[in-house]
Design a protein around this ligand. Structure first.
Ligand code: SF4
Ligand code: SF4
Length: 308
């Protein structure tokens, strides 16, 4: 059994890369005090719009010890999801790139279980929990702490290696490991994401007003899309990648090679007419088990009507 924290960290990273993750970093599982202050202010100012779940579990979000008793380390993994192909019809209603795939949570979780099995076998049984895009974990903050990237002005984690089209996952565990070092912010003087946002949702660097964000309205908003957003939806029907598409760190990213990340059959070939004619049965056959299920058939129909 390996017990040296530095050696364990090296072995975990090597195994993560062998399993297909694009990067892996480690943080000490302390409280996220800086992020707690920012999150509380953001919530108090109502920038989360109607995402009530953001208000719940506030303590768990910033204290990993509330998620795993005795937590000592957070292992963050990063998966490049930049697609190998795009929607073929240039005028088709636009779907965010992350939604090209079947449910990525399960795909990434199953690989994280393999990483955890490796840790158990080589470093002794650990108390641990696995998270992928899970509300109580501030995964961008952990990834940044571990040195996987920095939080860009578009509020997303940016990796020098993979850009910002990345999924994140975590293992919070009670094993002592050697944490990585935060890296500097490489946004520099660039403001492309803020300038390109068609609705002014990026109020300032790293400050998003969800109530103005196309991504929020097309995915999370379960009610009516407010009039203030009408005419501004940029042909988007699920998510919005504009503030990522313009980012220079995404210019040279290569397509994903993560096992299991294959575009949903038929999605990229759908024309404008196909979307307009979409009925509930076709939606259910094609999109059950994908991210589009979150918005549902009615939500997609609502978004189709208001997309221009
Ligand atoms: S996702 Fe779209 S609407 Fe939201 S901040 Fe980025 S560019 Fe603006
Ligand atoms: S577009 Fe520029 S400012 Fe925005 S996240 Fe990318 S590098 Fe940073």
């Amino acid at each position: 059994m390996e017990t040296d924290p530095k050696r364990c960290s090296i072995l975990i990273r090597e195994e993560a890369l062998r399993l297909g993750f694009d990067d892996c970093g480690i943080s000490a599982a302390g409280k996220l005090d800086r992020e707690e202050t920012f999150l509380n202010r953001w919530l108090e100012e109502g920038r989360h719009a109607c995402m009530g779940y953001m208000e719940r579990n506030r303590i768990k979000r910033t204290d990993p010890g509330k998620l795993v008793a005795g937590a000592r380390s957070v292992i963050s993994v990063l998966v490049n999801y930049y697609p190998p192909r795009f929607q073929e019809d240039p005028s088709a209603p636009v779907v965010s790139k992350y939604a090209y795939y079947p449910d990525y949570h399960g795909i990434i979780k199953s690989r994280l279980h393999l990483l955890l099995d490796y840790i158990d076998q080589h470093m002794g049984p650990v108390k641990a929990r696995i998270f992928v895009d899970s509300a109580p974990v501030l995964e961008r903050a952990w990834a940044a702490r571990s040195g996987l990237g920095w939080i860009g002005k578009n509020t997303l984690l940016i990796s020098r290696k993979c850009g910002s089209f990345v999924f994140l996952g975590e293992i919070i565990c009670d094993l002592e490991l050697a944490p990585g070092k935060e890296i500097p912010d490489y946004c520099g003087q660039c403001t492309r994401c803020i300038d390109a946002c068609p609705t002014g949702a990026l109020l300032a660097p790293r400050l998003l007003d969800a109530s103005r964000c196309i991504s929020y309205h097309t995915i999370e908003n379960r009610g009516e899309i407010p009039e203030s957003m009408h005419g501004k939806m940029q042909n988007r029907i699920f998510g919005c990648d504009i503030c990522q598409d313009v980012c220079p760190w995404n210019r040279k990213v290569r397509p994903t090679s993560f096992p299991g990340l294959e575009p949903v059959p038929g999605l990229l070939e759908m024309t404008t007419d196909d979307w307009e004619a979409l009925d509930e049965t076709t939606f259910s056959n094609r999109f059950t088990g994908t991210s589009l299920e979150r918005t549902g058939y009615r939500g997609i129909k609502r978004n189709l009507k208001l997309r221009k």
